[in-house]
Design a protein around this ligand. Structure first.
Ligand code: C2O
Ligand code: CU
Length: 482
């Protein structure tokens, strides 16, 4: 047996030396994963849950040295905001950067004036206090700046954080001890040179999780829940476990999937989220990796061709004894897609053609309402990607249901609620959504490509939600707050 082991060891050693190697992005997992703190909050006289969020400058230690960064309430990224469905929240935002910025609540259903898009710019030293009532299923949302033409710059420097929505009425029991068996996994890929983040580099040479380079996480339970968020500006990840065992996906952007989905890999384009469960054996070590994303044969980026885009992302280290975890049912939220409306009662259908850096042949115009939606309507948005490359299509304010992908039923990972979807070249997606609240003819919401370079280049449009018969009145100029 000793000889077999020895020979086996030699073969394995030789294979590691001479066999096919994943040379890109291999890391030593020598740093414990940073868990973004849960943001502190208090209740004000009106019963609102109040958070403080300050955009500020900071620095981050990376293997090549210390780099200057931006963060919320800290050096890089931001605290995790957490609130319950039914609660009213108030965020006291303060801009301590040297430049105007915004903060947008990605995936949140809320009034357009609270949305934090390019129309709600906050000047340096300025403050802003958006408030709204959380009314949507439990989900992993996030927040980040949205200044017109500069989103990639601000996000790449580190301005992003998670926003967890809980729903007290949710029946399913999942691992939910934040930072213990329920881990935020915010994946970014900043490049740096001479102590600075290079905010215009589209693809960094390594990935960070929650700002940690080479992270490991100690696992003390049988099952760990990972809230995966692709917070990178351009890179698509395809996550899998190193041993090929399944990632059990339980949620997508807007909440639980109807049923659990055993996936060999989970692909996320910028802005997308997925919640997955990983079952661990005592004492075991496993690695979450990202392999070259499968984007169809028409995918043209050189960066990904040849399968070179591989990264070690996060190592999970199980303790020798693991506490029991809740049993995960197959049925999670069979009715969740009803949130998007009744596909048999559609009031309006629209088409969105993605091509070049344009949507329907136009670029972002701050003073123009490209689409006018009537409050209460259920709509089908048909998104046609005929532009020769993939795009990541995101709609503000709503969570949509994917009705069809090229006329067929969507795959399991697209069976729940989404706010961002990777659209492959040549493919048509029919999305169902309902605009239930918040008419405002003067302030638009955005829809855009969430590849941040494309968004900054103007691949964005605006819609307003109006009362029946009302005319849109979107101003030319962004409102600037001091
Ligand atoms: Cu994540 Cu319009 O943004
Ligand atoms: Cu795009």
């Amino acid at each position: 047996a000793g000889l077999v082991l020895l020979v086996g060891g030699l073969v394995a050693g030789a294979w590691m030396l001479f066999g096919p190697k994943d040379t890109v992005g291999e890391v030593d997992f020598d740093t414990e994963l940073t868990i973004p703190p849960l943001a502190e909050s208090s209740l004000d006289d009106h019963g609102r849950r109040v958070f403080d969020l300050t955009a500020q400058e900071g620095s981050l230690d990376l293997s090549e040295g210390t780099v200057d960064t931006w963060g919320f309430n800290g050096d890089y990224l931001g605290p995790t905001l957490r609130a319950e469905r039914g609660e009213e929240v108030l965020i006291r935002y303060r801009n301590e950067l040297g430049t105007a910025s915004t903060v947008h609540w990605h995936g949140m259903h809320l009034p357009a004036a609270m949305d934090g898009g390019p129309h709600q710019m906050i000047e340096p030293g300025g403050t802003w206090e958006p408030t709204w009532t959380i009314d949507q299923p439990a989900a992993t949302l996030w927040y980040h700046p949205h200044p017109h033409g500069e989103t990639m710059d601000h996000v790449s420097r580190g301005l992003a954080g998670m926003f967890i929505v809980d729903d007290p009425a949710q029946q399913v029991e999942l691992p939910s001890d934040y930072g213990v068996d329920d881990l935020p996994v915010i994946v970014t890929d900043p490049s740096s040179s001479r102590g600075e983040i290079e905010p215009s580099r589209e693809f960094g040479d390594r990935v960070l999780v929650n700002g940690t380079e080479g992270p490991y996480a100690e696992v003390s339970t049988e099952v760990v829940r990972l809230r995966l968020l692709n917070g990178s500006p351009m890179r698509v990840y395809q996550f899998r476990l190193d041993d090929g065992s399944p990632l059990v996906q339980v949620a997508s952007d807007g909440g639980l999937l109807p049923q659990t989905h055993e996936a060999t890999s989970v692909r996320l384009s910028p802005g997308e989220r997925a919640e997955v469960l990983v079952a661990m054996e005592p004492g075991e070590t496993r690695t979450l990796r990202s392999i070259a994303p499968d984007l169809g044969q028409n995918f043209i980026s050189e960066r990904f061709s040849g399968g070179e885009d591989k990264f070690d992302v996060l190592q999970l280290r199980a303790a020798d004894e693991l506490a029991a975890s809740p049993e995960v049912p197959v049925e999670l939220a069979p009715d969740i897609v009803e949130h998007a409306g009744d596909p048999e009662a559609v009031d309006e259908a629209r088409e969105f053609r993605l091509s070049g850096r344009q949507i329907n042949g136009a670029q972002m115009r701050m003073g123009h309402a490209d689409e006018v939606v009537t409050l209460g309507d259920t709509e089908v948005w048909e998104v046609v990607n005929n532009g020769g490359e993939f795009h990541s299509f995101h709609v503000h304010d709503v969570q949509f249901r994917v009705l069809t992908v090229d006329g067929r039923e969507p795959p399991a990972e697209l069976s729940g609620l989404k706010d961002t979807i990777l659209t492959e070249e040549g493919v048509t997606y029919r999305l169902l959504m309902t605009f239930t609240d918040y008419a405002d003819a003067t302030v638009p919401y955005m829809y855009h490509c969430h590849l941040l370079r494309h968004e900054d280049q103007g691949m964005m449009g605006q819609f307003v939600v109006v009362e029946e018969g009302q005319e849109p009145a979107v101003g030319e100029r962004a409102e600037h707050r001091h």
